[in-house]
Design a protein around this ligand. Structure first.
Ligand code: 8Y4
Length: 285
């Protein structure tokens, strides 16, 4: 299966690796010192992306809004100032596929002009004008499920039937996208692991990946380093590599066996790539 991403094409006959490249101050261990003036460290961004590409990243996912539990919202200008300069420098230097992690239509628009090939929206194009702008850009869109907003989403996640509700939400958003003129083959679906979900909810959704994959849209899976892995393995965030890679392999197995295709959103590119090489060599679908 091939996904058309603007001028580029992504092969999904095997799992693709989307590497996370955050350009938010809180994603760096110095607590924001480097970004005290809100400007992006271009040298650092280039070096980070180059390493990711060399390690096997198929897509670089650039985000300027922190969507971690408890994170405060950012202004449009702040998001633009973080994401656009980074995208410009990256697309000028690398022939990779770039995705922009944003819910803001102005950012989608300018990112596309600065070389973005895919829109990754944790709010599934629900902000005013997002559907309209994304449709005009004619790029693939990832529609993710989230209950509540990042600031409060982990306070009291609540579902009658998490699998049915997430599937129904994604189905409704997909129909809205199609009504807005977005092509069905440009739509990616994502259950949104950790976004307003308890461990039990996350595990129910993970088990239901074959069902979600049967919809024929590529599935984006983001479990890398998340708290569900911490809860299962009793580990801190910097000790979740084995858990993350193991879940990636299991997700690949579930989705490809069901006839689906997948993009894995990960922090640890080299290790995930090796695991996927083993999966590919040994798979007997
Ligand atoms: C450690 C590191 C602990 C990172 C938690 C986190 C997804 C996503 C995020 C996802 C899609 C995150 C932007 C949350 N997760 N986009 N974005 N799917 N499509 N937390 O699962 O990485 S940010």
């Amino acid at each position: 299966m091939q996904l058309k991403c603007g001028t580029k094409t992504l092969d999904l006959s095997n799992p693709a690796i989307m590497a996370v490249l955050n350009v938010t101050p809180d994603s760096f261990s110095d607590g924001g010192q480097v970004f005290a003036n809100q400007a992006v460290d271009k040298t650092k961004v280039l070096a980070t992306a180059e390493a990711m590409i060399n390690q096997g990243a198929d897509i670089i996912d650039l985000g300027g809004e922190s969507t971690r539990p408890g994170a405060e919202p950012v202004s449009v200008q702040q998001e633009l100032d973080r994401v656009i300069p980074a995208l410009e420098i990256l697309s000028a230097n690398f022939d990779s596929i770039f995705s922009v992690d944003t819910s803001t239509p102005e950012v989608m628009q300018q990112a596309a002009q600065s070389g973005a090939h895919l829109i990754n929206d944790v709010r599934a194009l629900q902000r005013p004008k997002a559907l309209e702008v994304a449709s005009r850009l004619d790029l693939p869109v990832c529609l993710m499920h989230m209950q509540n907003q990042p600031k409060t989403m982990q306070h009291q996640p609540d579902y009658q039937d998490v699998v049915a509700e997430v599937a129904e939400f994604l189905q409704q958003r997909k129909l809205q996208c199609i009504s807005a003129g977005i092509k069905s083959e440009q739509i990616l679906l994502d259950p949104g692991f950790g976004f307003g979900k308890t461990l039990e909810h996350n595990l129910a959704l993970f088990a239901a990946l074959p069902k979600l994959a049967a919809q024929k849209h590529p599935i984006v899976v983001g479990v890398s380093r998340k708290s569900m892995i911490g809860q299962i393995t009793n580990t801190e965030v910097n000790d979740r590599l084995v858990g993350s890679v193991t879940m990636a392999v299991l997700a690949a197995q579930k989705i490809y066996r069901a006839g689906g295709s997948m993009i894995l959103r990960v922090h640890d590119v080299k290790e995930t790539k090796q695991a996927m090489q083993i999966w590919q060599a040994t798979k007997q679908l």
